[in-house]
Design a protein around this ligand. Structure first.
Ligand code: F6R
Length: 266
């Protein structure tokens, strides 16, 4: 894994936006995997800002979300479909048909899961997957002990995740109990992965993912198998790493390239 440590949470957003923008500049019809939740919001707003100022064209993207809650009415403001509309489709100028989430209100969820996998494949696969990480090490909603080769499926949210996400709802009991999520195998199929984490509450999960054994106990540790995984962390999220000499802040090369980014690698 390529670990980049930047001083603040705001720096995570701008640095990661540089990585995503470099990918889109190289390939305007990039298929982007988009996490929801709070961690990537800085990226999405920075990309929207660059589009608004005319320095970045986003109109040829196709986006696939990682997951969706089961049991929320379509259009529920806390659904991830509503999040995608708010943070991505409208500010990026994309039709909603090109910003998809798993269809978790369909009667046959196994069929919806299978069709989501097929839609990703039909789009040519995900070029760059943006990820956050749960305090328990989940990516997507692949909770601890998920199979490392799992595919899109219905699964239960852990008590920890429901407690963590209560801040988005009217209390813990309002958080759905189940979701439709891409699997770890689905995520590992993405050509590149970019995980962002901010704040001390993510530090233990980040350390387990980066330095721990690859284990179902920490689903994000599966990214150790990925050949092109970059983590962008603020200092608080990096604070439990015990091998700091492997994770120094990357010096500015002064040429505008983002170390660890697809552009810098090419
Ligand atoms: C969201 C997702 C989750 C979140 C994780 C962190 O689509 O799949 O894995 O990335 O729960 O959430 P935040 O960013 O809200 O701390």
């Amino acid at each position: 894994m390529d670990v980049v440590i930047v001083p603040t949470a705001a720096d995570v957003g701008t640095h990661a936006a540089d990585v995503v923008a470099a990918r889109i500049a190289a390939q305007p019809d990039t298929v982007l995997g988009v996490a929801t939740g709070s961690s990537p919001v800085g990226i999405y707003r920075e990309l929207a800002r660059r589009r608004a100022e005319g320095s970045l064209e986003l109109g040829r993207l196709t986006c696939f979300a990682l997951d969706e809650y089961v049991g929320l009415a379509p259009g529920h403001p806390r659904s991830y479909a509503a999040y995608l509309d708010r943070e991505i489709a409208r500010p990026w100028g994309l039709p909603s048909a090109r910003v998809r989430a798993p269809e978790a209100s369909r009667p046959d969820l196994a069929e919806a899961a299978e069709e989501y996998e097929q839609a990703i494949a039909a789009a040519g696969g995900i070029d760059l997957q943006i990820l956050g990480i749960g305090t328990n090490g989940h990516i997507g909603f692949n909770e601890p002990i998920s199979s490392l080769s799992s595919r899109t499926r219905v699964t239960a949210l852990s008590a920890q995740t429901r407690a963590d996400n209560a801040r988005f709802f009217d209390g813990p009991d309002a958080v759905p109990t189940h979701c439709l999520t891409q699997g770890l195998g689905t995520i590992l199929d993405a050509r590149r992965v970019l995980l962002v984490a901010q704040g001390e509450r993510k530090a233990a999960a980040v350390a387990a993912a980066v330095e721990g054994p690859v284990a179902a106990r920490c689903p994000a540790s599966a990214l150790q198998f990925h050949p092109h995984a970059t983590l962008v962390l603020d200092e608080a999220a990096a604070s439990a790493l015990t091998l700091p000499h492997h994770h120094r802040p990357v010096p500015d090369r002064g040429d505008g390239a983002v170390p660890g980014s697809p552009a810098a690698a090419s």
